[in-house]
Design a protein around this ligand. Sequence first.
Ligand SMILES: *Cc1c(COP(=O)(O)O)cnc(C)c1O
Length: 398
Amino acid sequence: MPGFEVFGAEERKQVNDVLETGVLMRYGFEGMRNNHFKAKEFEVAFAERMQSKYCQLVSSGTSALTIALAAAGIGAGDEVIMPTFTFVASFESIMMLGAVPVLVDIDDTLTLDPSAVEAAITSKTKCVMPVHMCGSMADLKALKTICDKHDLLLLEDACQAIGGTFEGKPLGSYGDLGCFSFDYVKTITCGEGGGIITNNKQYAINADQFQDHGHDHIGNDRGAETHPTLGYNFRISELNAAVGLAQLDKLDSILSVQKENYMILRKALAQIEGVTFRRVPEGGVENYSFLNFYLPTEALAKAAHKAMIKVGVDVCFYWYTNNWHYINGWEHLRNLKSMGNLPLEIKTQMQDLNATDFSKSDAWMSRTISSLVKIGWTHKEVETRAAKMAEAIRSVLA
Ligand SMILES: *Cc1c(COP(=O)(O)O)cnc(C)c1O
């Protein structure tokens, strides 16, 4: 997955364009910047690549999620349905706005279980936020049907699945809004950065204003701009955007190498009785950044993971006990540990996560192992890795 593996002369050239002018700000300074607008250029190229009308670049994937929610009018007390398996940014972005995260089970897609989503809808629900974890996607068709029926917003977190598709559409472009991260370990990186895509003009205008203190961005005199709304500073810098531009050019070649390497690993594991693979919803195509598979039981998954590490198989994850990605590790969320007082809506409305039954999620997560798919592996390295993984897994199943 990580685009840092292919960092090179193209990124340096883009960054140098910016360094030569010294204008690190995406707005203003027209006379000094030698006509370089890297953030704007990235936005135009990214919107086109993602087959969307609008793109807003911002400072991170986490801020992209916050801004997307805010741009669509989500605020205090509104409920946002999200999965138990994700990155902490999901609930962080919701709670930033005083909105209330509602956590529901995942299924064998390792993403939102549509029936669990429908069961969690209340009069306060405003948005469903599927997270396309580890290169594959939620059942967007089923979720869209639910959202249409209940008049809810569909916001895709595509931070880990850039380049994947559903029914021919790029992930992130299927729902009302889609969010991406370009942090240092993502498929394409700009150090720190994020993006929001949408076809909704008003959401695009709102996102543009919210990420820059509410500035209207009309005309060329920043000092004369008005502020139609409150906002914050979630801007991306020209330096980061410049790196992202070079990386975006490499996205399609990254995806094709990932697919090749993924297929080699998958073929080796498919021959093992007892190994099954994560379900990809009908109509979906992965971005192949991870290979995700199941062992028959929790004990066997733990043992297989341990056996692989022992023989030197790196970047292989057992998320069930990983504190970044699964609810089991989020003690701070379960007990609402914050530095200051939380908004009243969160304190009064939030489900008791310590008392909620997530055994359906546990049943899948406890059996899941994910191997990262690197771009820099040589053919021989992938073959060796595949053989080592297969041998380690066979040893615990024997
Ligand atoms: C990385 C990531 C984010 C947050 O992105 P940052 O740029 O690190 O803030 C959000 N959601 C998912 C699923 C991610 O993997």
